[in-house]
Design a protein around this ligand. Structure first.
Ligand code: AMP
Ligand code: ZN
Length: 476
């Protein structure tokens, strides 16, 4: 298989460092708000890579961090040394502790990932649980001449790392001629970035370090945690395009400055989702969450198919029309699945699965999901026509391919295909339940039942009384 590598700006044949095993690091969410559908594209993207690797027989170890400290409001603009901690700011708004904020939005994130059928990472390390590791790495960087301390702040000296800029193209020469950054008085060069920041009195999240009380910069957590769980060199590192600079450039400088070995062999980045031609972002307020999508009666699988309808390396403009089209495709695939499950005749020809070759080739060619999707749509059309014409075919092979395609696309088959009317009612009932309007919710349940669909409310583990484990819930 071939992937586009941001490091070389080329499509390259992928081979892991250790035969058969792939180490993958995915920059995870900053848990100060619900994820928007742009953020979720990043996680469906890495899940699609993982699904392809596992399909082709690799054993994948995937680590996705939870950023619960150190991501500052100005991180995208400057180099990690100004602005407020995003979680602390949210905590002040909601009048909660930073820990409460982080755990709440971390739970919400797992819920979204599950709804989108994203295979869970083997581990979701939290930054706050790895401060000693980060401190150790910063000490090594100071000892190796890559970092310096001033007034309880520690900065990475970018002039000490000749390869700085190799990922983003933002080499020191280019940075010097570009726009000036806001200068921190303790920095030697304006392009240096913070590894550790001195915590003022009012700062809530702080730890004791060799440089006094402080907190880590955003970039160091990924270097420290990937080294801990994946070793010196990982095979694939993913993120959104905004991570190329400064975040991943800084990670390379930190990790390679510490180990002297190559950090990641492949960097892969998905491009952003736009709304009306503008980047979808929390700060602009022009974003949709998964709940906004399902409230309109769409399935999370519609969103997954919408993501797959564009190549991860191209920008995507979100529109409700494109989501409706994705929903139509989902219904086509799910009805076909039902049709084939009822018809397992294996006597006929298996020529109907010819599109499988094109499907797999497209997936292995840098995840060309739009091409794979069109192969799958062609397949659905062909099978439906064959069944309609009463011709025999190898339905067993056809169902096998559909299963395989669902696995690669991450489509979770929903057994009952409900009509749009029922979906709308379910969405309205979900809203009523959220608003604790149980009279309306019961009324809607009856309306749904009248259309022949029964709804069952599940209890999530976190609603259960303390000591009541998931095993007990499952009746084990
Ligand atoms: P954050 O939680 O802000 O750290 O971001 C989580 C992920 O979402 C990162 O990989 C970002 O690059 C990605 N991301 C942020 N905004 C967008 C967007 N509009 N479209 C696609 N991905 C995005
Ligand atoms: Zn990261």
């Amino acid at each position: 298989m071939r992937f586009h590598n941001t490091l070389t700006k080329k499509k390259e044949e992928f081979e892991p460092l250790h035969p058969g095993k792939v180490g993958m690091y995915v920059c995870g969410p900053t848990v100060y708000d619900y994820a928007h559908i742009g953020n979720l594209r990043a996680y469906v993207f890495s899940d699609t890579i993982r699904r392809l690797l596992e399909h082709d027989g690799y054993e994948v170890r995937l680590i996705k961090n939870i950023t619960d400290v150190g991501h500052l409001t100005e991180d995208d603009l400057a180099q990690g040394d100004s602005g407020e901690d995003k979680i602390e700011r949210r905590a002040a708004v909601e009048k909660k502790s930073p820990e409460e904020i982080a755990r709440f939005y971390e739970d919400a994130f797992h819920h979204d990932e599950d709804a989108l059928n994203i295979i869970p990472a083997q581990f979701f390390p939290r930054a706050t649980a790895h401060i000693p590791l980060m401190i150790r790495m910063i000490e090594t960087l100071i000892a190796r001449g890559h970092a310096y301390e001033v007034n309880g702040n520690v900065f990475y000296d970018v002039t000490s790392f000749p390869n700085y800029g190799k990922l983003s193209g933002n080499t020191l020469e280019k940075l010097k001629t570009g726009a000036r950054l806001e200068e921190h008085p303790d920095k030697r060069n304006p392009w240096d970035f913070a590894l550790w920041l001195h915590a003022p009195k009012e700062h809530l999240m702080k730890w004791l370090s060799p440089w006094g009380e402080g907190y880590p910069g955003w970039h160091i957590e990924c270097s420290a945690m990937s080294l801990e769980y994946l070793g010196d060199t990982l095979d694939i590192h993913t993120g959104g395009e905004d991570h190329i600079f400064p975040h991943h450039e800084a990670e390379i400088a930190q990790s390679e400055g510490t180990t002297g070995k190559p950090f990641a062999r492949f960097f892969m980045h998905e491009r952003h989702i736009q709304v009306d031609g503008e980047k979808m972002s929390k700060s602009k307020g022009n974003f949709y969450t998964l709940a906004d999508i399902t409230a309109k009666g769409f399935s999370p699988m519609d969103l997954r198919l919408l993501y797959l309808s564009a190549h991860y390396g191209s920008q995507m403009n979100f529109t409700w029309d494109s989501l409706s089209q994705a929903s139509k495709n989902r219904k086509t695939f799910f009805s076909l699945y039902e049709r084939l499950s009822e018809n397992k005749e294996t006597t006929g020809s298996d020529s109907t699965i010819e599109p499988r070759k094109a499907f797999l080739e497209a997936m292995r060619d840098d995840l060309n999901t739009p091409l794979a999707l069109s192969a799958l749509l062609g397949f659905a059309k062909k099978i439906n026509a064959t069944i309609d014409a009463g011709e025999t075919f190898d339905a067993h092979a056809a169902l096998g391919f559909l299963d395989e395609a669902f696995r690669l696309f991450g489509l979770r088959f929903e057994t009952k295909i409900v009509s749009d009317d029922v979906q709308r009612l379910i969405a309205r009932r979900e809203e009523a339940r959220k608003a604790k309007d149980f009279v309306l919710s019961d009324k809607l349940r009856d309306e749904i039942a009248a259309l022949g669909v029964s709804v069952k409310d599940s209890v999530s583990v976190k609603d259960l009384p303390a000591g009541f484990t998931a095993r007990k819930k499952m009746g084990a």
